[in-house]
Design a protein around this ligand. Structure first.
Ligand code: R2B
Ligand code: URA
Length: 347
């Protein structure tokens, strides 16, 4: 296997390695055909946003979706058995990935999205093959625990297929939503660092029961390259630190949760203003863990978050469905432009 650019890679990875949450294993057929040349992995929170991003990539840059289904399943080689299986998926009695490749396609078409790579139980992964290279779009759900599982399995997957070449490191991005700190809804924040709610630039994990702190800086060159693409957006784009919390309500100093430990409006505003004064521009639930993981492994990474509201003006997210979708388009357009420019396709 070629030399890896990854730092601190586990020298004792199992073989085969079962990537349980992705529903893939390292010796699976065609894994290298689908992933060996991946140059960028982008991670929004929701599966639908992951699909939307992959679709936008293919429709803006050209190209197609890569799919990787199972070999036709002998147990479903009659039309009646296949139809029955399809119905079972629709009614939740079977998983999508239990279907044959053909029936995954059929169902995907009915639901209006292409076949998910791997299993669809936890993460929805799409692989777009474009003139700017192969891009993975996969959702990380909400919070650092689900994001961390995805980061481990995605990194191992790319290593197993030899995509971690020294001469062409792949890069990771998170595209997300957030609560703005002193910025207007729709503003896009390219993060310098992830902060814990105390305001410290660190992410803490327990290792064998002992707490360890990890630094949380995003790749400065990649973050700047993304910021430099801001001319393609009509909304403001700013740089700043991103505060990451383990909870949407209490840790984000909301006063509208089922209980209120935040206290008075004055106490809340004083806290949020303190974070703003030290350079934080938004608050969400993943950046610090993401920065710590990628910094430890030497993976170039950037975090682009759009503000759904200005937290200095309130707690409730009252935007309409259409507004929320348009807010999420900012990070996606910025990332598409970055991927294009990285491949020398536009400037
Ligand atoms: C932003 O939005 C989600 C919570 O609503 C969470 O994943 C985050 O970081
Ligand atoms: N996501 C968050 O985590 N917080 C917000 O305020 C909005 C979106």
């Amino acid at each position: 296997m070629a030399e890896t650019f990854l730092k601190n890679l586990n020298p004792e990875l199992p073989d085969p390695d079962y990537l349980y949450h992705l529903g893939l294993n390292s010796q699976q057929d065609r894994l290298d055909e689908v992933f060996a040349d991946v140059g960028h992995v982008s991670m929004p929170g929701s599966g639908r946003r992951a699909f939307h991003f992959a679709k936008e990539l293919v429709s803006t840059l050209g190209g197609s979706f890569r799919v990787m289904g199972k070999e036709p399943n002998q147990a479903m080689d009659t039309q009646a058995a296949a139809d029955e299986a399809l119905e079972a998926v629709k009614t939740g009695k079977k998983d999508f990935y239990d279907l044959t490749a053909e029936h995954q396609d059929q169902l995907a078409q009915e639901l209006g999205f292409p076949r998910i790579v791997g299993k669809d139980e936890r993460y929805w992964m799409f692989v777009a093959e474009t003139p700017a290279g192969a891009v993975v779009s996969v959702n990380h759900h909400m919070g650092m625990p689900t994001h961390s599982i995805l980061l481990h399995e995605m990194t191992k997957l790319l290593h197993h297929v030899g995509a971690d070449r020294v001469e062409r490191p792949f890069e990771f991005s998170r595209q997300g939503t957030s609560g703005g700190l002193g910025i207007e809804p729709g503003t896009v924040v390219v993060a310098n660092r992830g902060l814990e709610p105390s305001g410290k630039a660190q992410y803490r994990l327990h290792v064998l029961g002992e707490e360890r702190a990890f630094p949380t800086e995003f790749d400065p060159a990649m973050s700047q390259a993304l910021f430099d693409c801001r001319d393609v957006l009509t909304v403001p784009v700013v740089r700043g630190d991103t505060v990451s919390c383990n909870d949407f309500y209490t840790e984000q100093a909301r006063r509208d949760g089922a209980f209120n430990l935040t206290g008075s409006e004055e106490a809340k505003i004083a806290y949020l203003q303190r974070l703003h004064a030290q350079g934080a521009r938004n608050m969400e639930m993943e950046a610090a863990g993401f920065a710590a993981f990628t910094q430890l492994m030497g993976i170039p990474a950037a975090c682009v978050g759009t503000a759904l509201l200005n937290r200095l003006h309130g707690d409730q997210v009252t935007s309409t469905h259409a507004q929320l979708a348009s807010y999420s388009d900012g990070p996606q357009q910025l990332l598409i432009e970055h991927i294009k420019r990285g491949a020398g396709l536009s400037c």
